[in-house]
Structures are given as structure tokens and as C-alpha cells.
Design a protein around this ligand. Structure first.
Ligand code: ADP
Length: 547
């Protein structure tokens, strides 16, 4: 509180805003933050691995999401606590940079926080813990580099890529079809990849879903997919060697504007006007035919009469196509967008080997496929169409949820394939890489004379929590399983031993073909360490108090 005087010399009291706020300092602040972070990590822990559980989340407007993707769970959880929000950001960063490992990174951060709490209780200063964690993360990242393998693949042999994508998909709802989906993801990525520059533009791949049908019906389309159909049901459903006129101008007679006045007081005049309008449109259709167009794609609509006429004149047309799609069609088919009807010339037509309309699933929704495009090598636009129905259950809501989750899983697989093209180093999954790093950190700890060695050992223990969570989620005894695998790694000097989550009979992850990208795993460790360091360095939490 402070005493102040106004311009008339009257005293008044200023209550500092600070005093209306709640404040946590020192160890209390760190403990409160750690428990908030741990609470978020605990939620995701049960979702880790091939036997991880799914979460069901309901948004305020009643929309339901079922997922086991870490980033999606956190995104939808609507957390209020600032530290919990940091964990959400952590998962989002992993998703943005790598696309996979979003659950693992949060579980890892949670474990690091848990270990830090114990060290704080033993009186170690948070800064020393943070420094120890930093050292340990460097040891782990370098160790990962040492134990990484190169995954050899080529355009003719993409099977190794498929295997890695299958590992990603095995922990998802789409497990049943992981082979075919992994193949589709790899083919799609290879189609748009620039292998020389080792780059992949995932924006060129679009994943579409339609309700109805089966997951097995998923297909990869090399071309453009437009969520529209032919304007008239009797128009041809398939056009080979299509020459496409891409129009952004209205495909109909000019409408009289409001300021013009047309006096129609006799039947003849009306019929005359109609005739003129018809003639005008007829001329437009003729013009399209003259330049050689066999398909017209319009940004605008045309009325039913025009539609009928188009059908009659045997000129298939598609109406109400969005601007972005029009642009893509133009690039892919090598055509030009025509903004004025007079400018339509044969050179401006786009070319596609096949344009077909296909109907889907129970709802018989129709979509237009534009394939074998003239310029497909330059644009290399590929799409995945997903059709999914929950075994015999055709409730649209379950289908929609499934499609959304399948899309997320495919996105993870696409990211994994992209990461491997960028850098083809891999480490073994099922907790094998974490156990190996944990052993390396444990061994290195003794070399550090300071208090940091406790933090390095704690880091090693935190790394163990990933295989422990995998074992726990698979119904195995976590401590026994981990110690058995750990001793096996030391005895056989084999860093590929992990948790046999699926009860295959071997815990050699090389034999099980369970691997993850090196950059993904390194990123997980680095990101988790950074966030935990940030949390540990906060020693004062000032927040508005609740009235
Ligand atoms: P994230 O969102 O972090 O990718 P997941 O739920 O996909 O989380 O689980 C990934 C973890 O599961 C990784 O540690 C991976 O090594 C492990 N994993 C995936 N498939 C298997 C498997 N078949 N056997 C053992 N571990 C597996």
C-alpha cells in the first residue's frame, strides 16, 4: 500500500496491484509447476506404444474426438494452467518439427520433472539440476548418433520406408491395415519427393476422407481430386484425353443489371428475350466446342436450363469449383485460367489423360478425379482418399471420428517417410534406444565430479520411464521387464533389445522391424530437456488471485 495525494492535497491510498495477486516463490513455485507438468504427462502415459489406450474428448459444442495422438489430445484438452500449456506447446513443437513421437516427448518431460522433484527434495539447486540435464541430453543425443543405423532404400526398393511407417501406424487405431496404409503413405511421399535435394513438400499431398466404405478401400491417386461432380447426372462419367477449359468468368448469358430496364409487355417480347439468351449461351457452348474443349470447369454456377443445354450439346461441365482448386488444376494440366470468355483459345486448355467421377460409400457422395495430368511431373500432386466404416457400424458420427483419427495417423506416417528421406538414420524403437542411452548416461555420470552427476543419473532413470510405460501399457510387469531387457542389452552388447509389446517372442527390435527416425528421437530428448529446464528455472509465479 502507498499513500498519495491528489491535486487538491487530499490523501488517498494506492493498493498495489501486486498485492491482489497470488504469489508462489522458491521451492513452492517449482513444486507446483512440476506437479502441473507431471499431471499432463500422466494423462498421456497410458496412450504410449502399440498397446496404448485411446482418449475420448468432447469439445464444448459436443463434438467427440477419439485419438491416441499426443498432440491432438493435448490440443483438445483446453488446459488452463500455464505450465500445462507449456507441455501442450512441447507436443505441438514435436508435431511441427517431426510429426511423430508427440506422446513420447511429453512422457519423457514428465519423467524428467518427476526425477527433478526428488533431487529438489534432496536439496540440490534447480540450476544444477538443469545443467546436469543439459549435459545428459548431450550425452544421449551423441550416443544415439553412435548407435544409429543407415536405412538403405532406393526408388525401386522402398520396403524399408514402409516398415518404418508401419511402426508408426502400429500404435494407432488403423493398425489393422497398417501395411497397405504405410505403402500408400510411402508412395505418396516418393511421388512428391525431391530425392536430390532430399526434400519433400508435404503440402502437395492431401488426405481426403469420405464416410462409408471400408478402410481397405483407401487408395492413392496421382492427380487432382475435386470434391464436386458433373453438373448433370446424365453427363459422361469418364472422359479420356480431356481438354479442359478452366473458366473464372460466368458461363451464362449476361444478366441485366438493376439499373437497366427491360420492358416486356407482350408474349413475343418475352419469347424473343428468351431466344436471345438461349442463343447467347448456345454461342458460348459452341465457342468451347470450337476451341476443342471436352470439359468445362467453372468457378461460377449456371442455371438448370443452361445445364440441360450443356448436357444436350454433349459438353460435360463442373460448376462451383473453388479458386485454389482451379489454380491447382491449371498448373497440373498445363492449362490457363480464362477470366474472360473472349480469351478462350485452344492453347489455354488444360490436358488430362483421364477425368472420371466416382461415387463413394453409403452416402454416394461423388468426387471428380483428374488423373494423368499433362504437367503431373512438375506438380506431382497426389491425394489419398480414405473411406472408413467401423465394422458394420454406419453411424455417421463414429465414421467421422474414425476418418479424423485415420487422417492423423496417415499424417504421422507421411512425416516419418519424409524424415527418412531427409535423413535416413534410424534407431530401434520399443524403448531400445532409450535403454541404451540410459546406460550410456549412467556410465558417463561418474566422470562428472560435481553435483550434476546426480542429475545425469536422474536423467538416465527418466529415460527408463519410456520402456517402463511401454511395458506397463502392454500388461507386462514394468520393473521386471525393464531390468531383464537392460541386463540383456549389457550382456549381449546389443542396443536393439526393447520391450516386446506385441508378444512376438523376441525382444530384438531389429528382428521385429520396429524402428524410429534418429532425428525424431533426438528431437524428443532435446525438446523435453529444454522444457524441463525452463520449468526448473521458474522460481516465482505471480498470478491474479481468484475472488
Ligand atoms: P508417439 O505419439 O510418441 O509416436 P505412440 O503411441 O505412437 O507415441 O508410441 C510410440 C512408441 O511405441 C515408440 O517408443 C515406439 O518405439 C513404440 N512402438 C511402436 N510399435 C512397437 C512395437 N511393435 N513393439 C514395441 N514398441 C513399439
Amino acid at each position: 500500500m502507498a499513500l498519495a495525494f491528489d491535486e487538491f492535497g487530499r490523501p488517498f491510498i494506492i493498493i498495489k496491484e501486486q498485492e491482489q495477486k497470488t504469489r508462489l516463490r522458491g521451492i513452492d513455485a517449482q513444486k507446483a509447476n512440476i506437479s502441473a507438468g507431471k499431471a499432463v504427462a500422466r494423462i498421456l502415459r497410458t496412450s504410449l506404444g502399440p498397446k496404448g489406450m485411446d482418449k475420448m474428448l468432447q469439445s464444448p459444442d459436443g463434438e467427440v474426438t477419439i485419438t491416441n495422438d499426443g498432440a491432438t489430445i493435448l490440443e483438445q484438452m483446453d488446459v488452463d494452467n500455464q505450465i500445462a500449456k507449456l507441455m501442450v506447446e512441447l507436443s505441438r513443437s514435436q508435431d511441427y518439427e517431426i510429426g511423430d513421437g508427440t506422446t513420447g516427448v511429453v512422457v519423457m518431460a514428465g519423467a524428467l520433472l518427476e526425477q527433478a522433484e526428488r533431487l529438489l527434495e534432496r536439496g540440490i539447486h534447480p540450476i544444477r539440476i538443469a545443467e546436469g540435464y543439459e549435459m545428459a541430453s548431450r550425452i544421449a543425443v551423441e550416443h544415439l548418433e553412435r548407435i544409429a543405423h543407415k536405412l538403405e532404400f532406393s526408388v525401386s526398393n522402398v520396403d524399408p520406408l514402409v516398415q518404418t511407417c508401419m511402426t508408426t501406424l502400429s500404435s494407432k487405431i488403423v493398425n489393422r491395415c497398417k501395411r497397405s496404409l504405410a505403402e500408400i503413405a510411402v508412395k505418396a511421399v516418393m511421388a512428391v519427393a525431391d530425392l536430390e535435394r532430399k526434400d519433400v513438400n508435404l503440402d502437395l499431398i492431401k488426405v481426403e476422407g469420405k464416410v462409408g466404405g471400408k478402410l481397405e478401400d483407401t487408395e492413392l491417386i496421382y492427380g487432382i481430386l475435386v470434391d464436386k461432380d458433373m453438373s448433370h447426372p446424365q453427363m459422361p462419367k469418364q472422359i479420356e484425353d480431356a481438354k479442359i477449359a478452366i473458366l473464372t468468368c460466368p458461363f451464362e448469358p449476361p444478366k441485366p443489371k438493376t439499373k437497366h430496364k427491360v420492358d416486356i409487355d407482350t408474349v413475343e417480347k418475352f419469347q424473343n428475350l428468351r431466344q436471345q439468351e438461349k442463343q447467347y449461351f448456345d454461342d458460348m457452348v459452341q465457342k468451347c466446342k470450337d476451341v476443342g474443349a471436352t470439359l468445362v470447369i467453372c468457378q461460377w454456377g449456371f442455371d438448370d436450363e443452361a445445364n440441360h443445354l450443356l448436357m444436350h450439346r454433349n459438353l460435360p461441365a463442373v460448376r462451383w469449383v473453388g479458386g485454389v482448386e482451379l489454380e491447382l488444376i491449371a498448373i497440373a494440366t498445363g492449362g490457363r485460367i480464362v477470366p474472360r470468355f473472349q480469351e478462350l483459345t485452344p492453347e489455354k486448355l488444360g490436358k488430362a489423360g483421364l477425368v472420371r467421377e466416382k461415387s463413394f460409400g453409403t452416402t454416394k457422395d461423388r468426387m471428380l478425379y483428374i488423373e494423368h495430368c499433362a504437367n503431373s511431373r512438375a506438380v506431382r500432386y497426389s491425394f489419398v482418399v480414405l473411406l472408413y466404416a467401423l465394422n458394420g457400424c454406419y453411424k455417421p458420427i463414429s465414421n467421422k471420428m474414425m476418418i479424423e483419427e485415420t487422417k492423423r495417423s496417415i499424417h504421422d506416417a507421411l512425416c516419418v517417410a519424409r524424415n527418412l528421406i531427409r535423413n535416413n538414420s534410424i534407431v530401434y524403437g520399443g524403448g531400445a534406444a532409450e535403454i541404451s542411452c540410459s546406460l550410456a548416461a549412467e556410465a558417463a555420470a561418474d566422470r562428472y565430479p560435481g553435483v550434476e552427476q546426480y542429475a545425469i543419473r536422474a536423467f538416465a532413470d527418466a529415460l527408463d520411464s519410456i520402456p517402463m510405460a511401454l511395458a506397463e501399457n502392454s500388461g507386462l510387469q514394468p520393473i521386471e521387464t525393464l531390468s531383464a531387457v537392460k541386463s540383456q542389452q549389457i550382456k549381449e552388447n546389443n542396443h536393439c533389445c526393447g520391450i516386446d509389446c506385441n508378444d512376438v517372442g523376441t525382444n530384438d527390435m531389429r528382428e521385429q522391424n520396429v524402428f524410429e527416425t534418429l532425428i525424431g528421437k533426438q528431437q524428443q530428448i532435446l525438446l523435453a530437456t529444454q522444457v524441463v529446464k525452463m520449468i526448473l528455472k521458474i522460481d516465482d509465479v505471480i498470478s491474479p488471485s481468484e475472488y
